[in-house]
Design a protein around this ligand. Structure first.
Ligand code: SF4
Ligand code: SF4
Length: 184
């Protein structure tokens, strides 16, 4: 893959390192992370290449790529890195930075994440049916997989109402504090 490299944005490198707590500049491009990544087949930029582009301060290329949204946070890259870099953490930070900068190149993945977090904030824990409805509303994919609902309800995997828990306001408070700090 040929990149049209721009002038290095050193503030991007510093921000990724600070927020992830990882020394991205120490990556020596061995490729172990990419070799083990189960989603490399779907990535537009392999994870080791993303690390290189961060080293080169290529903010826009990195934050607008699809790979950071397709990453499943499986941690394989982290466990395979001979340099003890928590690569999955870096990918997580890049996803946050992409959200903050208004990039969401995989809108359905972002919609699912937003629905998931809204459910936990509201109910204090996950309500699967609420997540499904929230996702369908955000994406317009109404009735997607609705044929699965009867069997899931029958097996007790999908509940009409959320399970009540105590102190949901405290959980919501955590979300509010995070959103105030990150402006997300
Ligand atoms: S955490 Fe993401 S980048 Fe790392 S191996 Fe898993 S899917 Fe690939
Ligand atoms: S495994 Fe570690 S050192 Fe090797 S390319 Fe990936 S991040 Fe860099």
């Amino acid at each position: 893959m040929q990149d049209n490299l721009k002038q290095a944005d050193t503030s991007f490198i510093k921000e990724v390192e600070k927020r992830s707590g990882q020394h991205v500049v120490e990556c020596y491009q061995c490729g172990n992370c990419t070799a083990g990544c189960p989603f490399n087949f779907a990535y537009d930029i392999p994870v080791s290449r993303i690390m290189r582009l961060v080293q080169l301060g290529q903010r826009e290329t990195v934050l607008s790529c699809h790979s950071i949204w397709l990453c499943s946070s499986c941690q394989t890259c982290t466990t395979r890195c001979p340099n003890s870099i928590d690569v999955a953490k870096v990918m997580d930070v890049l996803r946050h930075m992409a959200r903050e900068a208004g990039y969401a190149t995989e809108r359905n993945v972002k919609a699912f994440g937003d629905s998931f977090l809204a459910s936990v904030k509201k109910n204090g824990r996950l309500h699967e049916l609420g997540v499904a409805i929230g996702y369908e509303m955000r994406t317009g994919r109404i009735f997607t997989d609705i044929d699965l609902a009867p069997s899931m309800i029958g097996k007790g995997r999908l509940h009409i109402k959320p399970h009540p828990i105590h102190n949901t306001d405290q959980v919501a408070g955590i979300f509010n504090r995070f959103q105030e700090e990150t402006h997300e």
